[in-house]
Design a protein around this ligand. Structure first.
Ligand SMILES: *Cc1c(COP(=O)(O)O)cnc(C)c1O
Length: 488
């Protein structure tokens, strides 16, 4: 059943607000701005409040319930982050203000850059990229600029493990490189023999996610980065899974040359519909000169009495500007708040609890679902959603979970697992929530054997049932509320 739109609820003549009569002379509008046919809905304030409150209740969100979406780190967004981001000094500044008037904001950006450097072991950081995917694109452009700066122009191939997120091959292909897949071995690591055979003087480098999207730490990561470096390639780290390493291991110490951070994953800023993302990029010392401009730096050293003057700096071989202004500043404030609330010891406990929670869930589900790469996992793990002897698929299990009021895990990714169900509980969930989720998953595994139809026709208690997801993505209708004559 479709919910009525606010246009269908409209009642001619009803108003929500009455403006006082103007006490200044009416100023004529330019003619081209005047419209007689603006079809706005007519409702009372209460109509509007009830409509939007009602439809907001149809949403599933991290503030409503458990969200085990693997690879996405859907952790709780602490409300103190929002309070900090709304402080007038942060929220009401303009990116074109003279730097002398925004020293507090620049100090925050500078310090966040420093913290991300320390957390990751990288030498320099830009906060500009809008999300992880744009960070990858920046990283690949830096790899290209680095090779070209050395007169090394025959490198055209980017090696990418077959378990990688789709944005890795996309970023490489967008930069004009040929994508060469690297197989995964039977323990879920990069296949070293295959990697060696692919490494020669035509590789740009390797894009590696560690822990990878199977939730497994690559046991040979030092060997992997050494092999790539020996062939003259660079190693890009997809940092989407950094939540598992915080305070424990640093990609910079493992041989990564470039790394993106997803502030909206590891550092608890809102995802997607909740706000823009943010994908800072860190690089090792030999790549610092290639960072996009500008980075925040100290333009005038301070003294004991006078603080330093912060400003914007252009790295000398910069790949140029990648984003308007200075990145998503509000996200930097939230991440800064989050890191300062936790502190050094706290950050490490985030990773420890994320890994503990994932292993606890895996231990509870292991006997009920096939586990293709069954070893101690990091912050997430992957099950097979196809139960032996049943006709039930991963999608059916996910739809049935919705009947139990859980958001489904990530489905059909990574591609190296048939019928993948990728589960990431995160550190913010209690044992009670994990147990309730495990109980539902175990019940569903039983139902798959005894009442498969119940799964295949799920969900049963939601406002809409199975949607045509392909049609919804390919034939977007963004203005179905417009009256027919306006639509035409
Ligand atoms: C989320 C994710 C990305 C892309 O990051 P966005 O911030 O969504 O653009 C890349 N790789 C992996 C492994 C991810 O989980």
């Amino acid at each position: 059943m479709l919910e009525p739109t606010i246009y269908e609820l409209s009642s001619p003549g009803r108003v929500g607000v009455e403006f006082p009569a103007p006490d200044v002379p009416r100023a004529p509008l330019p003619e081209e701005l005047e419209r007689q046919d603006l079809p706005l809905p007519e409702l009372s304030e209460l109509d509007v409040v009830r409509h939007f409150t009602h439809i907001s209740n149809l949403n599933y969100s991290i503030d409503f319930g458990f969200y085990p979406l693997g690879s996405c780190t859907m952790k709780y967004n602490p409300k103190v982050n929002e309070a900090a981001a709304r402080l007038p000094g942060f929220a009401h500044t303009h990116p074109l203000q003279p730097i002398e008037t925004v020293q507090g904001n620049l100090a925050l950006m500078f310090e966040l850059q420093e913290w991300l450097k320390e957390i990751s072991g990288m030498a320099a950081v830009t906060l500009q990229p809008a999300a992880g995917a744009q960070g990858e694109y920046v990283g690949v452009l830096i790899m290209r600029a680095y090779h070209v700066s050395r007169g090394d122009r025959k490198r055209t191939k980017m090696l990418i493990p077959d378990s990688a997120h789709g944005t890795n091959p996309a970023s490489s292909a967008m930069s004009g490189f040929e994508v060469v897949p690297v197989p995964t071995d039977n323990r879920g690591n990069v296949d070293l023999e295959a990697l060696k055979s692919l490494c020669d003087d035509t590789i740009v480098g390797l894009m590696l996610t560690n822990p990878n999207t199977l939730g497994l730490f690559d046991e040979n990561v030092l060997e992997v980065t050494r092999i790539v470096h020996e062939a003259g390639g660079l190693v890009y780290g997809d940092g989407a899974n950094l939540n598992a390493l915080l305070g424990i291991g640093r990609p910079g110490d493992m041989g990564f040359d470039i790394l993106h951070f997803n502030l909206h994953k590891t550092f608890s800023t809102p995802h997607g519909g909740g706000g823009p993302g943010s994908g800072p990029v860190g690089v090792a010392a030999h790549l610092a000169d290639f960072l996009p401009e500008p980075v925040v730096g100290i333009v005038e050293e301070g003294t004991e009495e006078i603080p330093p003057l912060y400003g914007f700096i252009r790295p000398i071989k910069s790949i140029g500007r990648i984003k308007s202004f200075h990145g998503h500043f509000g996200m930097a404030v939230r991440a800064y708040t989050y890191i300062s609330m936790y502190g050094r010891e706290g950050l490490r406990s985030i990773a420890e609890h994320a890994v503990l929670n994932a292993n606890y869930l895996l231990a509870r589900l292991r006997d009920h679902y096939p586990v293709p790469y069954d070893r101690i996992c990091m912050h997430e793990f992957v099950l097979e959603g196809h139960l032996p002897g049943t006709e039930v698929h991963a999608l059916d299990i996910s739809k049935r979970l919705m009947d139990y009021n859980f958001h489904p895990p990530t489905n059909y990714f990574p591609l190296v697992v048939r019928e993948a169900l990728m589960i990431e509980p995160t550190e913010t969930e209690s044992k009670q929530t994990l147990d309730a989720f495990a109980d539902a998953m175990i019940k569903i595994a039983e139902e798959a054997k005894t009442q498969p139809e119940l799964l295949r026709s799920a969900p049963h208690n939601k406002p809409v049932s199975r949607l045509d997801e392909v049609k919804a993505a390919k034939e977007l209708v963004l203005c179905c509320w417009l009256p027919e004559d306006v639509k035409a």
